[in-house]
Design a protein around this ligand. Structure first.
Ligand SMILES: NC(=O)c1ccc[n+]([C@@H]2O[C@H](COP(=O)([O-])OP(=O)(O)OC[C@H]3O[C@@H](n4cnc5c(N)ncnc54)[C@H](OP(=O)(O)O)[C@@H]3O)[C@@H](O)[C@H]2O)c1
Length: 227
């Protein structure tokens, strides 16, 4: 049986690099797409339209994959998005939007994966945090974003505590600024060499999935480069 990973957000800037790296590591990739999104052409990538805000939909996808004989070893849950805003500029609507995008999309897939890992005797869930969730100095300019990402760290703690004797672990990878076309466009005067190439984050995620990486527990990896 080939080793498999489920990735959400595979079409994104980080997602593309992670998908390529894990393909080159020999993984079969399962991913989710949104309605009308073109499925990846690479036949090693299996994509299905899944509503990440619908926990039933997510559970059915994990069940379909595993019932058909594929064994998911890890979930790499990358979906997320950013919004600026101080406390004064942040209302419940803005909070709601960020929590849905950054937290519900991760929780809805982490839950069925955790349940599957309990049955298979272990597995890894890799989540993406953000520095503003750890540093209020940065978080104060992106309040809804940083609060929504802070839930990711606590989710990882809860998965690690609940999975302690079950060989189930969660890691949080924390990029500073990823060197992506949208970031270059919105910050044209920044020193891009201080940012983190998506490929380097993909390498970190690849390591977490190795036998040595699997020895780590309660892992929070700060991939900040010079930013
Ligand atoms: N960029 C940074 O500097 C930075 C820094 C710290 C943390 N992060 C985190 O790193 C992760 C990846 O960032 P990125 O820069 O690669 O982002 P990105 O290029 O915008 O990719 C986001 C991915 O999420 C998907 N997505 C967005 N909304 C969705 C929804 N409602 N349902 C399903 N999929 C949805 C996108 O799909 P579509 O392509 O179909 O929209 C895309 O695949 C995010 O969690 C982000 O918060 C990024």
């Amino acid at each position: 049986m080939s080793k498999s990973v489920l990735i959400t957000g595979a079409s994104g800037n980080l997602g593309g690099a992670v998908t390529q790296k894990l393909l080159s590591d020999g993984y079969k990739i399962f991913t989710t797409i949104v309605p009308n999104e073109k499925a990846p052409a690479d036949e090693r990538i299996h994509a299905k339209v899944v509503d990440l805000f619908d926990e039933h939909d997510c559970a059915v996808y994990v069940e379909e994959i595993t019932d058909s004989g594929d064994d998911i070893q890890a979930g790499v849950l990358l979906v997320g998005g950013f919004a600026m805003g101080s406390i004064a500029e942040t209302n419940i609507g803005a909070m709601d939007k960020m929590i849905r995008l950054n937290f519900y999309t991760a929780f809805s897939m982490a839950k069925p994966l955790f349940e599957y890992f309990e049955k298979r005797g272990g597995g890894q869930i890799i989540l993406i945090g953000a520095r503003p969730a750890l540093k209020a100095k940065q978080g104060k300019q992106a309040v809804a974003y940083s609060l929504s990402k802070s839930l990711i760290f606590h989710l990882a703690d809860i998965i690690n505590e609940s999975g302690k004797d079950k060989n189930i672990r969660a890691s949080v990878v924390v990029p500073s600024t990823i060197d992506t076309p949208p970031n270059r466009q919105s910050m044209p005067d920044a020193d891009f060499s201080k940012w983190v190439p998506a490929e380097n984050i993909a390498d970190v995620i690849s390591f977490l999935l190795t036998d040595s990486g699997s020895m780590l527990r309660e892992t929070v990896v700060k991939v900040y480069n010079q930013a």
